[in-house]
Design a protein around this ligand. Structure first.
Ligand code: ADP
Ligand code: UDP
Length: 238
């Protein structure tokens, strides 16, 4: 790495100023965290795999007409993106009950949903990303009402697209998290779409192709992400 100054270092990425005004570089680290960083490890190769996977998905979404922050991949770990003002509301879409939803409401993991569900969480590590509502997000000034509507609507479009994308690879999209940012009066899809922020279960076997492998100590995360990468890019059987 050069001697650039990081603008921000998060749990999974470092953000640097980009070469042009209004751009940023996302550097994908090998760090994995879970349970709001109470569990941490370095997973060799994870950053490279996530950089490639997110690039691929963001490009496919752009082809499907969804505006994203992605501009181009610069290297094995870096991608150039449009600089946005991140809206501190994370959007989770669920197709199958799992994770915090299943725990919160006492529903068995794996229970299918008739319709996709959109949930909102306040992006705050200090508060452990609490669940919130549109009303709370608007009252507390985290987002405008129209922004929440636009984010929810786009998240459902992304869900339709991603469900088909993963299904073609023999994988059920259980849930995933999106972040959006403001750009010139528009709400634009930001951050990353990777197995770090998605639950991906192999159809038929239930094999996890996502960060639950790390959260629940189910196996080798690099091998898991490598197998997922191979499925996406068609290298070997994975
Ligand atoms: P976290 O902050 O949750 O630990 P990361 O390690 O992934 O997450 O750090 C990446 C940070 O960059 C996140 O805070 C995310 O909101 C932010 N980000 C992602 N895309 C953009 C963008 N286009 N413009 C500005 N910030 C972004
Ligand atoms: N998620 C994420 N970042 C977060 C919280 C959740 O990427 O800070 C993703 C997570 O990987 C899963 C989905 O959002 O795919 C739903 O997560 P959930 O609310 O079930 O929380 P978890 O039990 O995973 O902590």
């Amino acid at each position: 790495m050069s001697e650039r100054t990081a603008l921000y270092e998060g749990k999974a990425k470092i953000i640097y100023a980009g070469p042009q005004d209004g751009t940023l570089i996302q550097y994908f680290k090998d760090d994995a965290t879970a349970f709001n960083a109470q569990k941490k490890d370095v997973i060799t190769g994870k950053g490279v795999l996530n950089n490639h996977i997110s690039e691929h998905i963001m490009l496919r979404l752009a082809e499907a007409g969804i505006t994203t922050h992605f501009i181009e991949r610069l290297s094995e770990r870096e991608q150039l993106v449009r600089a946005l003002e991140i809206i501190p509301v994370e959007v989770v879409v669920r197709n199958i009950a799992a994770g915090s939803y299943a725990r919160r409401y006492g529903i068995e993991d794996g229970t299918p949903m008739e319709e996709p569900l959109v949930e909102l969480f306040y992006k705050s590590d200090e508060l452990n990303d609490p669940l919130c509502t549109e009303e709370i997000a608007v009252r507390l000034g985290w987002a405008k009402r129209w922004e929440i509507a636009a984010m929810s609507e786009q998240a459902l479009v992304v869900n339709d697209y991603l469900r088909a994308f993963w299904s073609d690879l023999g994988i059920d999209l259980v849930d995933f998290k999106l972040e959006f940012g403001r750009d010139d009066g528009r709400v634009v899809l930001a951050d990353e779409i990777t197995p770090d922020g998605s639950r991906l279960w192999e159809r038929g076997t239930g094999r996890h192709f996502d960060k639950d492998v790390f959260r629940k100590d189910l196996g080798d995360l690099t091998e898991t992400y490598r197998a997922l990468h191979a499925r996406i890019f068609g290298e070997g059987s994975g």
